[in-house]
Write a protein that binds this ligand. Structure first.
Ligand SMILES: O=P(O)(O)O[C@@H]1C[C@H](O)[C@@H](CO)O1
Length: 295
């Protein structure tokens, strides 16, 4: 087995049975024993958005491979560091890179960090991601607050909540109609307005990747009311919300989803990273203000 894979966990375990309360607690205790800060806010940096991690001050950086039972990042634009420090004087924990099911990880493993955050005492999770813009009024570079999701993988045995339910994490049957908290979106809108940064709000959808979507898949999503499409985030938002944490999720529109059968355009990862880099500073400024407003 390649060294990319964690040694103790069955990375392909479909259900959450592998990730017991004790196992998650071991990870959270391992981290907490190495830092004095007790962050209430966690941030996940999406593709090309890891620069936010560099803005964290007094940072303790834990490469994922040093953390027991933690997966590794394998994707360009995802550095693979867990950073604890301060943003705008507010303690935060920041994932510089996330885990995707297309890397060969089950969704239960992809969302393990959410459970770790919960046991560390985190109350608010801020997820960021790159996404293709489906809404025809969106421009490349737009920032979209996610208000809901459509995630076909979560309709299957790849739902990360399948398996034994430990009520210390959350309920057996969690409601999903208010995953993305309106009050947090309102705060974020207020900050963007003050900074005169245009914000979109809409519905995000994710498949498992790594392939981008077909034209017909995208057209079906458009009919369902989807505004942007990606390969992550919905699984993390689900588990964070199940664990009782407040979720704000932001999609950066890095490319236009191609819904014309005859178009010569196509999405590609270099464009995703390039757009993310270009828009990173606006997004960072918004997030830095946001953490001090909600702490
Ligand atoms: O991790 P995110 O969701 O930000 O990254 C998106 C989905 C794929 O990882 C990649 C495709 O270009 O960008």
């Amino acid at each position: 087995m390649s060294s990319l894979f964690v040694s103790h966990i069955n990375i392909n375990a479909i259900t959450n049975n592998e990730f017991t309360y004790d196992r998650v607690k071991n990870i959270s205790d391992w981290i907490l024993n190495r830092v004095d800060l007790r962050p209430k806010i966690a941030i996940v940096c999406g593709s090309g958005l890891g620069g936010l991690g560099e803005r964290v001050q007094d940072a303790r950086i834990f490469p994922y491979e040093e953390i027991p039972d933690f997966p590794r990042s394998t994707v360009v634009g995802h550095k693979g560091n867990l950073i604890i420090g301060k943003l705008n004087h507010i303690p935060v924990i920041c994932m510089q890179g996330r885990f995707h099911s297309y890397e060969g990880y089950s969704n239960a493993l992809c969302t393990l960090p959410m459970k770790v955050f919960k046991l560390m005492g985190v109350q608010t999770v801020l997820l960021t991601c790159a996404a293709g813009g489906l809404n025809q009024s969106f421009k490349v570079g737009d920032i979209m607050l996610i208000k809901d999701h459509v995630a076909p993988l979560l309709w299957t045995l790849q739902n990360p909540l399948i398996g034994h339910n430990d009520e210390r994490f959350g309920p057996r049957f969690p409601a999903c109609n208010k995953i993305y908290k309106k009050n947090l979106r309102d705060v974020f809108h207020g900050i963007a307005e003050k900074k005169q940064i245009e914000l979109q709000e809409g519905v995000y959808s994710s498949f498992g990747g790594p392939c981008y979507e077909t034209v017909t898949e995208l057209r079906a999503l458009l009919q369902m009311g989807v505004d942007a499409v990606g390969m992550s985030t919905a699984n993390e938002a689900l588990v964070a919300s199940y664990c009782g944490m407040n979720v704000l999720a932001i999609a950066l529109i890095t490319n236009k989803a191609v819904i014309d059968y005859d178009s010569e355009n196509f999405p590609f990862h270099e464009e995703v990273i390039e757009t993310a880099n270009r828009r990173a500073s606006d997004l960072q400024e918004l997030v830095i203000d946001f953490v001090s407003k909600i702490n």
